[in-house]
Design a protein around this ligand. Structure first.
Ligand code: PHE
Length: 554
């Protein structure tokens, strides 16, 4: 006899009380588990005493690993190549220098208090681990406005290139789709699919959902906004004329419109007050002298009893020995650091491909707020630099930092442009959406992660070479569009399966060994997992030692 899901849940509820039903629902994926908190590593307090671990890379994965190792009493050292913690978690402010692999240097001269998060720039509310660390470490958070209905969408090839306001595109599309569906239901086209009792319910739903009139027609409405805002006295408002369905389809605005429907892009999103790098700096403060800066790794070796890591400290060669190594370096970097990882790992390091996301950011008068009522959020442009991303910090102040262009530039013509030409393109996008405002943009900064020393890429795109990529896998996740970097994980690859296994006393960490690629949550979870793997090995080694001691002849 079949049993429905609801039956099953109510039976569990009766048998085990509320908490049993609750846990079962979590298990079945009907309920999201975990508010902001960090998971605990399962290991006895102080079990790390006397055991040395070296962590390679002071990005989020490395910092979380080190933090948890220290909490368990491990003797922990982090080797960080740069003079700062954070890796891709990188906020640029006035006075900072951005230096590329080829030596190209940009110096930022923004006003005090202005910054741009060139790496991660938003924290979804469904990322409890990284939010949990923010709470634990006292990193103050504020809301990050990912989308606003006042922002614009634009496509050169449609609507005469005229931008459309998000609220209009969203609500006109919804109105037209509802109208069509209403027609189909009324004409009986869906009678096979729908019970008779649901027909009427569907019609009344569509009337409200699409803002349709009694006859089922969409004539626009105030959800889509006003051509002239209403005022006091006899100043009545004038509604915007609805865009027709043909224009909306032609514009292919839906990707931009639906961007914040993705699970990890939905409100409420957060950002640390003062810059995303408040997170790594809080970790760094907690870790103190366990983190060695200006210490790039030069060699990763296995020894009879553990690991041996070569590095440079302020230019001078150094060596550190330890029992375990958590390697949180980008795989692109492991290609050129001599190492003793086994052959299957080497294959992944060399065969995987990385995205090269970039951002261009400008200082400007807050024309978006002052002239357009846009506060935070994204705007999407179909050709040229996209998206435009307005700051969520410092609203209502005079100037701010705005992004124009944030995608994977790997195989795009934009990627080949010299920096100055990239700035021209970036400015053009703003000008296209907000005529006359392009010239207000000043002091541009460009960070392309493919050009950054110690990164050489933004996030993993594929664990296998291009030609082996499974069908349906995004070749170039477009950050501005509704494609998703985690698609890299949907491949039938053994590369990922290899990386998530310890290679003896080497353990890989980083968002690339998580299902949440290109997010700090993935990096943090991978760090926790790596520490668990160390703890499990250490426990097994202790047990084996104890066993050997008992079996030893007296
Ligand atoms: N986390 C990054 C961002 O928020 C990269 C990303 C883009 C991840 C799009 C998923 C989807 O921009």
């Amino acid at each position: 006899m079949g049993i429905t899901r609801r039956d099953f849940l109510s039976r569990v509820g009766q048998a085990g009380g509320y908490s049993a039903a609750f846990l079962t629902m979590q298990g079945m994926g009907l309920m999201e588990a975990q508010p902001a908190r960090t998971q605990a590593v399962e290991a006895a307090a102080g079990s790390g005493k006397g055991i040395k671990v070296v962590v390679l890379g002071g990005g989020i994965a490395g910092l979380v690993s080190a933090y948890e190792l220290c909490a368990l009493g491990y003797d922990t050292t982090v080797l960080e190549a740069r003079e700062r913690p954070g890796g891709r978690n990188y906020s640029v402010r006035g006075g900072d220098k951005v230096v590329f692999l080829d030596g190209t240097t940009q110096t930022c001269s923004w006003e005090t208090g202005h910054y741009q998060n060139f790496g991660p720039a938003r924290l979804p509310s469904i990322h409890p681990t990284i939010l949990g660390y923010c709470k634990k470490l006292g990193v103050e958070l504020q809301v990050e406005v990912n989308m606003t209905n006042s922002a614009f969408l634009q496509n050169d090839a449609a609507n005469n290139g005229k931008p459309v306001i998000m609220r209009q595109a969203v609500n006109d599309t919804r109105g037209h789709v509802s109208e069509l569906l209403m027609k189909s239901v009324k004409q009986g086209a869906l009678d096979q699919e729908m019970a008779a009792e649901d027909r009427d319910r569907m019609l009344s739903f569509l009337r409200t959902y699409g803002s349709l009139d009694e006859a089922g027609k969409y004539n626009g409405g105030d959800r889509a906004g006003y051509a002239k805002l209403a005022g006091a006295g006899d100043e009545s408002g004038v509604l915007s004329q609805p865009l027709d369905m043909h224009t909306l389809l032609d514009c292919s605005f839906w990707q931009g419109m639906l961007f914040d429907q993705q699970f990890d892009m939905q409100a409420t999103m957060f950002q640390p007050v003062g810059g995303m790098d408040r997170i790594p700096y809080a970790f760094a403060k907690a870790l103190g002298s366990s983190v060695k800066y200006n210490a790039p790794v030069t060699e990763i070796r296995k020894t009879a009893k553990g690991v041996k890591i070569g590095y440079k400290q302020d230019g001078a060669p150094r060596m550190i020995e330890a029992d375990y190594c958590i390697c949180a370096l980008p795989l692109t970097i492991l290609r050129s650091v001599p190492n003793d990882f086994g052959a299957p790992y080497q294959k992944v390091f060399h065969e995987c491909t990385y995205a090269n996301a970039y951002k261009v950011a400008w200082e400007s008068r807050r024309f978006w707020e002052q002239d357009y009522n846009i506060y935070g959020g994204l705007e999407f442009v179909n050709t040229g630099c996209s998206p435009i991303w307005f700051p969520s910090a410092g609203m209502f102040s005079h100037k701010g930092v705005v992004v124009s262009g944030y995608t994977d530039e790997s195989s795009s013509p934009f990627g080949k442009l010299p920096v100055m030409a990239k700035f021209d393109e970036s400015r053009k996008s703003i000008e296209r959406l907000h005529p006359g405002r392009g010239h207000e943009l000043e002091k541009p900064m460009y960070v392309g992660w493919g050009k950054m020393p110690y990164n050489e890429g933004s996030w993993i795109r594929s664990y296998v070479p291009n030609e082996q990529r499974a069908p349906g896998v995004a070749v170039a996740p477009q950050t501005g569009q509704a494609q998703h970097p985690t698609q890299a994980r949907t491949e039938t690859n053994t590369g990922y399966e290899t990386l998530i296994q310890p290679d003896g006393r080497f353990i890989v960490a980083g968002d690339h060994v998580s299902h949440i690629v290109a997010w700090q949550e993935g990096a943090a979870l991978s760090g926790l997992r790596a520490v668990q793997q160390v703890a499990d090995q250490a426990k097994a080694a202790k047990l084996a030692q104890a066993g050997a001691a008992t079996n030893a002849p007296a």
